[in-house]
Design a protein around this ligand. Structure first.
Ligand SMILES: O=C(O)CCC(=O)C(=O)O
Ligand SMILES: [Fe+2]
Length: 318
């Protein structure tokens, strides 16, 4: 049995931005995870999105494979992805939608036809825009929490062409509850922040101290109407490990589960180097500066193996 955490709840629309920023700082230092409420993505709409997601995943495999992932966009079948590269592949299927905000790459997205799944594409595009808006608003508070100007991520070019991805996930329930098989194996996310929408079925767990052995896993419960936010590896590098990109996984419970993960990553040309407010003489930068696109490319390659056209899929062409 794992303990259940009481993660902090952050109110995105609170007028007291200073105090919200202070709570974000505490949450990111202690957990690297928190709940986000009043984020502008309403519960009714989320229900509709899950309905559309379930419709797609219930199509015959052959039909789903017609939209098989290319350029990191489209359908990924069961076991095709290993979030932990030493695992045999995760028992989940997913569907990736690349940034609809990036005019140079938006054409790479694949969509089921309107005849097959009416209103599917506009619903997913609408979710994308809503999560992008919430994510950008959150980033301004994260900047404040690091004693930076609210528009700092804009100023350094991190969000002008964000390499955002929306991933629809489906964990089939019938695969059993073998302790050894995770729905999503232990991993940290790669980029800035992830906004996660869950359907109420449990399974998500975090390990607060990744280097501690044996690892201690704690359950993250679903809070109706809240998004679950977690810090990614590039944010950890930016903050010199002040903010944790926490290890997490999804354990099977025997129940079918759906989730929606929105990865908000920096524009590929943005150079990620330790924020001045996060290093000092006694605490020098732990990581060399790195171009976001190069870093993400490497991480994608390890997770998905060598995928053709990997480079052009996540690097914007200027
Ligand atoms: O499905 C979930 O709850 C988590 C998914 C996740 O961690 C990921 O896709 O990176
Ligand atoms: Fe994740």
């Amino acid at each position: 049995m794992s303990a259940t955490l009481n993660l902090p709840i952050i109110d995105l629309s609170s007028p007291d931005r200073r105090s919200t920023a202070t709570s974000i700082r505490q949450a990111c230092i202690e957990y690297g995870f928190f709940y986000l409420v009043n984020h502008g993505v309403n519960t009714e709409f989320v229900r509709e999105v899950f309905h559309h997601s379930a419709k797609f995943f219930s199509l015959p495999l052959q039909q789903k494979m017609e939209l098989a992932r290319k350029e990191y966009r489209g359908y990924t079948p069961l076991y095709a992805e290993a979030l932990n590269p030493s695992s045999k592949g995760d028992p989940k299927e997913s569907y990736y939608i690349g940034s609809v905000a990036d005019t140079t790459l938006v054409h790479l997205n694949q969509w089921p036809s309107e005849e097959l799944l009416p209103n599917w594409r506009p619903t997913m595009e609408s979710l994308f825009w809503k999560l992008l808006a919430a994510g950008k608003e959150l980033l301004s508070l994260i900047a404040l929490s690091l004693n930076l100007d609210e528009d700092y991520f804009e100023k350094i070019g991190a969000v002008n062409k964000p390499a955002a991805f929306l991933r629809l996930l489906h964990y089939p329930g019938e695969l059993g509850s073998d302790e050894e098989i995770c729905g999503a194996s232990a991993h940290s996310d790669y980029g800035m922040v992830t906004l996660l929408v869950t359907d109420g079925v449990p399974g998500l767990q975090i390990c607060k101290e990744k280097s501690r052995q044996p690892q201690v896993w704690e359950d993250v419960s679903h809070v109706e109407g809240a998004l679950i936010v977690n810090i990614g590896d590039l944010m950890e590098r930016w903050t010199n490990c002040l903010y944790q990109s926490t290890l997490h996984r999804v354990m099977p419970t025997g129940k079918e589960r759906y989730s929606l993960a929105f990865f908000l990553d920096p524009s590929s040309d943005c150079v990620v180097e330790c924020f001045k407010s996060c290093c000092s003489k006694s605490s020098p930068p732990r990581f060399p500066p790195i171009r976001s696109g190069d870093y993400l490319n490497e991480r994608f390659k390890v997770t998905y193996g060598s995928e053709k056209n990997l480079k052009c899929s996540i690097q914007s062409k200027n």
